[in-house]
Structures are given as structure tokens and as C-alpha cells.
Design a protein around this ligand. Structure first.
Ligand code: CP
Length: 318
């Protein structure tokens, strides 16, 4: 595998899951693979899980790691071509990217949607420049439209906890005070559509996602109806995708918060969220602290998804 930005890059998903479970059995069995190889992790945005789990995954494979927080200590970067750089930005991304490529063998990039231009976000302008100009394999640590390492960890978690071959998985929008990108819900939908699970998306009107990601999911505007019989409840907020409201919060309806009453409608479902989560906006304390909450094992599987992806990239370098 050269680059990893979406589910298709993994190839055979069932095989990738088998590799993930193999790694989980003994995560130190491939320490020679990354020997003398360096991973550079470039963050344009904050992170807790992605930063720690990806670094740990790389160390499990014997790699060296360098972390660059672009907004803390690096030169302020210009990303637009053609700009007269007479302002506060000292370096252009078009020099910075190939320079970064000189110091590493693999690059991970986190670059969220900026909500300034839907076209720039949905063409993955920043991530694709890394792919084009770094000369190195590149993987997404959450880009503008997808968060594939998260979705892979989500899938691993569902496979571990499912009680039936074809569980009902419901992704529900929930309220949040700030505008959040669609990367996690887009990506989760893309990965669920790559399985044969029953997959339902529920959200208030106006929060429709890009149809490219919704795929063959059932969209149900009545949250309670959607949750009936669910085996997994995946809660997430996202800002509006549709024009003219792209990137806006159009509703903070707290009747969409996942609480015990909602969970009682399900088939004793497991509760999932990618974290960080705002309690009593997205989910109540009772639900996230309940035995059915699997947010911590879900986060733990971020190490496994990252290690599986890095292993496949390192194998491609041999
Ligand atoms: N879920 C996730 O990607 O967490 P961080 O933003 O903390 O990395």
C-alpha cells in the first residue's frame, strides 16, 4: 500500500481485519519492519488519541517518530499559490512539504476542513498536496472529508463486540455548540457501506451528508424510530454539508442527545463515539458511563488500526 486516505486503499477489507486481529494478538511481532525508518506526523489541528495511538503503533513496528505541530513553533505556512507573501506567513507549503519529505520515510497528516471553501475541503487540497509533493507514502490522520484510522478502529471494535453476523448499526447526529467537520460521519458511513451490516443514519433535516458517503445507508429523520432494535449506536455531531449552510450549526436541539430513554429503544446496544465527546450535549453521563459504553476499547483500537496501516505501508517500501 502506498497511501491511505480511505477504505478502498486497504484493498480486501476482510483480509485487513484479519491482519488487525493478528497484530492485536502480538503487537511486537513486526519490530524489524520499521527498523531505521522514520515516521513524521504533521498536525495542523489538535489531537489526543491520534497523536498517541499512531506514535505507539509506529514504535511497536520499530520505527522512529517525529511529531510536528504546524501551529506551534514552525513557520506560519501559506497554503495558497499565487499569494504575494507580504503578511505574517513566512513559508509556503509547496517548499515545506518536500523539505518534510527529506527527513522521513512515511508521513501522517492531520488537516481538518476549514469551512472556508467547500471545494477546497471536499477536494482534500492540503492532504493531496502532501501526496503530490512529499515523495513519501502519506496517510490521513483525519483530513477534511474522512477519518479512516478512526473508522477502521470503529470497524475492528464492532467486529469484536457484535453478537450477530449482520448487526444493526445506527449513526445518530447529536447536538454540539461548535461547527464540526463531516470527516468522522462521512468516513464511518463509507466504512459501514463496505460491510454487509444493516446501516441507518439519523439526523435532523438540514444535516444531510454528501450522498457519495451516505451510499446505500437508510436515512431516517425520526431518531427514536431509527434506534429501534439497534445493536450499535454511533453518536456524532457534524455541521451542515448542504449549501447555503455548509459548515454552519443550524440546530442545537438537545432532544437529540443520546440518553437512557433512547438507549432503551435499542437491542441493548453498545454506545460508541470517536471522542473527544461533550457530555450531556452528545450523550448523557449515564449512557457513557454504562456497561454498554465501549468508547474506551474503541479508542484503544486506534493503536491497532494505525499499526495495521503502517505495517502495510512499510511492506510497500520493501
Ligand atoms: N478520535 C480522534 O481522532 O481523537 P483525537 O482528535 O484526540 O485524535
Amino acid at each position: 500500500m502506498r497511501n491511505f486516505t480511505c477504505v478502498q486503499d486497504l484493498g480486501d477489507l476482510k483480509q485487513a481485519l484479519r491482519e488487525a486481529f493478528e497484530i492485536k494478538k502480538d503487537r511486537f511481532q513486526f519490530t524489524e519492519l520499521g527498523k531505521n525508518k522514520t515516521l513524521l506526523m504533521v498536525f495542523f489541528n489538535s489531537s489526543l488519541r491520534t497523536r498517541l495511538s499512531t506514535q505507539k503503533a509506529a514504535m511497536n513496528l520499530g520505527m522512529n517518530t517525529i511529531v510536528l505541530d504546524v501551529n506551534q513553533g514552525a513557520w506560519k505556512l501559506e497554503t495558497e499559490r499565487g499569494v504575494i507573501m507580504d503578511g505574517d506567513k513566512s513559508e509556503h507549503l509547496l517548499e515545506a512539504i518536500p523539505v518534510m519529505g527529506c527527513y522521513c520515510d512515511v508521513i501522517g497528516v492531520r488537516s481538518f476542513a476549514r469551512f472556508e471553501s467547500k471545494e477546497d475541503d471536499y477536494t482534500e487540497k492540503i492532504l493531496n498536496q502532501f501526496i503530490q509533493y512529499s515523495g513519501r507514502p502519506v496517510f490521513s490522520m483525519e483530513a477534511a472529508t474522512r477519518h479512516p484510522l478512526q473508522s477502521f478502529a470503529d470497524l475492528i471494535t464492532i467486529e469484536e463486540y457484535k453478537k450477530t453476523e449482520r448487526p444493526k448499526v445506527v449513526m445518530t447526529w447529536a447536538p454540539h455548540p461548535k461547527a464540526l467537520p463531516q470527516a468522522v460521519p462521512n468516513s464511518f458511513a463509507e466504512w459501514m457501506n463496505a460491510t454487509d451490516y444493516e446501516f441507518v443514519i439519523t439526523h435532523p433535516e438540514g444535516y444531510e451528508l454528501d450522498p457519495k458517503f451516505v451510499g446505500h445507508a437508510k436515512v431516517e429523520y425520526d431518531q427514536k424510530k431509527a434506534l429501534e432494535g439497534a445493536d450499535f449506536v454511533y453518536a456524532k455531531n457534524w455541521a451542515a454539508y448542504k449549501d447555503p449552510n455548509y459548515g454552519k450549526v443550524i440546530n442545537m436541539d438537545r432532544s437529540w442527545t443520546v440518553d437512557t430513554e433512547k438507549m432503551a429503544l435499542t437491542n441493548n446496544a453498545y454506545f460508541m463515539h470517536c471522542l473527544p465527546v461533550r457530555r450531556n450535549m452528545i450523550v448523557t453521563d449515564d449512557v457513557i458511563e454504562s456497561p454498554q459504553s465501549i468508547v474506551i476499547p474503541e479508542a484503544a483500537n486506534r493503536e491497532i488500526s494505525a499499526q495495521t496501516v503502517l505495517k502495510k505501508i512499510l511492506e510497500g517500501l520493501r
